[in-house]
Write a protein that binds this ligand. Structure first.
Ligand SMILES: [Mg+2]
Length: 192
């Protein structure tokens, strides 16, 4: 792959990372959304209803009643501080051995907040971040941008990419452990 020079704005040094036409999802690949979400549930007095976070759980509603999920979701969806302060999944930045082509996320918050989160956490090419209003729009945007693959934690998004003739890698997370028909990766460095 062609080497490009990326400027690490935080440390004033240049990082030589190979270029890649790889799209990265943010939540569940770079950002530990569920940890923060479960913490908010706990803050709202719902700790015993939500999973602890380490065991397998159903992603979309975490296996909890809709009304409890909605209480937490309504609490976080417009909360800029919540999105800005989600922790990085441990080891993710260190295992990033290529320059991401772009980040595509499905979030209810302004795109600028996600750019700020990427920048704050030192992810390269942070300005190339896009927010879509529906996960189904990820593949359309990727095709328009000229990307070749995605790393995402949601099986349906990976399947959309594969159906469109692109490549997809499922990032290993507790909520996708049962998926066997998509290539699974455990670290970003597995992508070349
Ligand atoms: Mg995700």
């Amino acid at each position: 792959m062609k080497k490009v020079r990326c400027i690490d704005l935080h440390k004033g040094r240049h990082l030589n990372l190979p270029e890649s036409r790889t799209i990265l999802d943010i939540d569940g690949v770079l950002a530990d959304f569920t940890k923060s979400f479960f913490q908010r549930a706990s803050d709202l007095g719902l700790k015993d209803i939500f999973p602890s976070g380490d065991e397998e759980y159903v992603y979309l509603n975490c296996g909890v009643p809709k009304k409890h999920f909605k209480i937490v979701w309504d609490s976080v969806k417009d909360d800029e501080d919540f999105w800005l302060n989600i922790e990085v999944i441990p080891g993710t930045l260190e295992s990033l051995t290529f320059k991401p082509f772009a980040y595509i996320t499905h979030r209810p918050i302004a795109n600028e907040i996600s750019i700020a989160w990427l920048h704050k956490n030192k992810f390269p090419n942070s300005q190339e971040c896009h927010t879509v209003s529906d996960p189904k729009h990820k593949v359309k945007l990727a095709l328009k941008l000229g990307a070749k693959r995605i790393i995402d934690d949601l099986p349906n998004t990976c399947k959309d990419f594969i159906d469109a003739g692109l490549d997809a890698f499922l990032f290993d997370r507790p909520h996708n452990l049962r998926i066997e028909d998509i290539k699974r990766i455990y670290e970003l460095s597995e992508i070349e």
